[in-house]
Ligand binder design. Structure first.
Ligand SMILES: *Cc1c(COP(=O)(O)O)cnc(C)c1O
Length: 383
C-alpha cells in the first residue's frame, strides 16, 4: 500500500499556522455549561441587543411565503430600503451574511497572498483573522493614548510597505472611541483602500459616513443589523462601496449569501424605525448609568464609550480573568475577557437592560480583593 499523507498535509501551509478562534457561546450552550436556565443568564459578552428586534420581525418570519425558494441573490428589497433610508444609491450597496462575510469577501477580492493590510489594535480581531485566512500579511500599528489611531505611523507604513487596505473602526471595538474626522480625512488621502467599520455607529453622536463612498474611490463602509437592530442571530450586514469596486464583489460573492429569513427580518425591522430609535435611546442612557456604577467599583476603571459596551481596566490587585470567571460561574453574568496579552488586564461589558446593570453591579460589589475592602470605592472620581 502506498503511503497516504496525513490529512493535515492537505491543508494549505499558511492555514496550518492559524490560531484557533475563541468563540462566544450562545444561550443554549451556556445554559448547559453553567447549569442555569437560559433566562437566568445575563449575557453581556458579545454586544448583542437584549431588547431584540421590533415585533414586526417575528410576524414577518412567521409568514414567509416562499422559504422553499432560493433567496434573491441581489437582495433587491433590502437594498432598496437601505438606499432610501441612507440616501445612497442602491448600486453602491451590497448585503452580506453579517458584516463579517463582507470583510472576508472584500479581502478575497483585493488581496493576493503576500499582500498586506494595516490593522490598528486594540480593535475588532476579525480583520487580522481574515487577513491570515487569505494569506495576507498584517502590518500592526497600535493605537495611541485614548485609542486614537497613529496617523503618522500609518502614513509611513503606507508609503514604505504599500499595504492594499487600512481597517478603521468607529466607534472602535473594544473601547468605544470614535475616529477624529481629521484623522479619517488624512488616511483617505493615502494611496490605499480605507475600510471604515461602522458596526456601532447608531450608538454614537457621529453620523454615519455611508454617503461618503459615493464620491470617494478608496473608501468602503460596513454596517450591520446585529447590534442596534437586534438581529445578530439572523446574520445581516451591509457595505457601501465605490461603484467601480462593487462590480467585482458581485462577481465573487456566493450567489445565495443572504437567506430569505435574513432579508425578510431586516426589511421588517426597517419598517419600525420608532422602535429601533427607542431601543437605541434606552441603551445609550443605560450606558451612562453603567459607567457611573462601574466608576464606583474600586478595582475597575471604565473608559468613555460611544458604543453599546464599556471597556474596563481591572486594577487594584484584581485579575481580569478571575473577575470574568467569578461573574460567570457564581452569578451567570457573562462579560468579555481577552486572552491577548495587551488586553489581558481588561474586561469589556455590553450595555444591557436596567435589571442587567443592577445584577452586574451587585455581583461586582461582592467581589472582594483578597483580604481587602468590599470592592466599593470611597470616592466617586476616578481617572
Ligand atoms: C460585531 C461586529 C461586526 C460584525 O457584525 P456582523 O454583521 O454580526 O457580522 C463587525 N465589526 C465590528 C467592529 C463588530 O464589533
Amino acid at each position: 500500500m502506498r503511503n497516504v499523507p496525513a490529512s493535515e498535509d492537505f491543508i494549505r501551509p499558511h492555514l496550518r499556522k492559524l490560531a484557533a478562534y475563541t468563540p462566544i457561546e450562545p444561550f443554549e450552550v451556556l445554559s448547559k455549561r453553567l447549569g442555569r436556565d437560559a433566562t437566568d443568564i445575563v449575557k453581556l459578552d458579545a454586544n448583542e441587543n437584549p431588547y431584540g428586534p421590533p415585533p414586526e420581525v417575528l410576524e414577518a418570519l412567521g409568514s414567509m411565503p416562499f422559504p422553499n425558494i432560493y433567496p434573491d441573490p441581489e437582495t433587491r428589497r433590502l437594498r432598496a430600503a437601505l438606499a432610501d433610508l441612507n440616501n445612497v444609491p442602491m448600486e453602491n450597496l451590497l448585503v452580506g451574511c453579517g458584516a463579517d462575510e463582507l470583510i472576508d469577501l472584500l479581502m478575497r477580492c483585493c488581496l493576493d497572498p503576500g499582500d498586506s493590510i494595516v490593522d490598528c489594535p486594540p480593535t475588532f480581531t476579525m480583520y487580522a483573522f481574515d487577513a491570515a485566512v487569505n494569506g495576507a500579511e498584517v502590518i500592526t500599528i497600535p493605537r495611541l493614548d485614548g485609542f486614537r489611531i497613529d496617523v503618522p505611523a500609518i502614513s509611513h507604513a503606507v508609503e514604505q510597505q504599500r499595504p492594499k487596505m487600512v481597517f478603521l473602526t468607529s466607534p472602535n471595538n473594544p473601547d468605544g472611541s470614535v475616529i477624529a474626522e481629521e484623522d479619517l480625512l488624512a488616511i483617505l488621502k493615502l494611496p490605499v483602500l480605507v475600510v471604515l467599520d461602522e458596526a456601532y455607529i447608531e450608538f454614537s453622536e457621529d453620523p454615519s459616513r455611508l454617503r461618503w463612498v459615493v464620491d470617494r474611490p478608496n473608501l468602503v463602509i460596513f454596517r450591520t443589523f446585529s447590534k442596534s437592530a437586534g438581529l445578530a442571530g439572523l446574520r445581516v450586514g451591509y457595505g457601501a462601496f465605490p461603484a467601480s469596486l462593487i462590480e467585482y464583489l458581485w462577481r465573487a460573492k456566493q450567489p445565495y449569501n443572504v437567506s430569505v429569513a435574513a432579508e425578510t427580518a431586516a426589511c421588517a425591522a426597517l419598517t419600525n424605525t420608532d422602535y429601533l430609535q427607542r431601543v437605541r435611546d434606552a441603551l445609550v442612557s443605560e450606558r451612562q448609568i453603567l459607567i457611573k456604577g462601574l466608576q464606583q467599583i474600586s478595582f475597575l476603571q471604565p473608559y468613555p464609550s460611544q458604543a453599546n459596551f464599556v471597556l474596563c481596566k481591572v486594577v487594584d490587585g484584581q485579575d481580569a480573568k478571575a473577575v470574568k470567571d467569578t461573574l460567570a460561574t457564581e452569578h451567570a453574568i457573562m462579560v468579555r475577557h481577552y486572552a491577548k496579552k495587551e488586553l489581558s488586564g481588561y474586561i469589556r461589558i455590553s450595555v444591557g437592560r436596567p435589571e442587567d446593570t443592577q445584577k452586574l453591579l451587585a455581583a461586582l460589589r461582592g467581589i472582594c480583593r483578597p483580604g481587602g475592602s468590599n470592592g466599593v470605592s470611597t470616592t466617586l472620581e476616578k481617572e
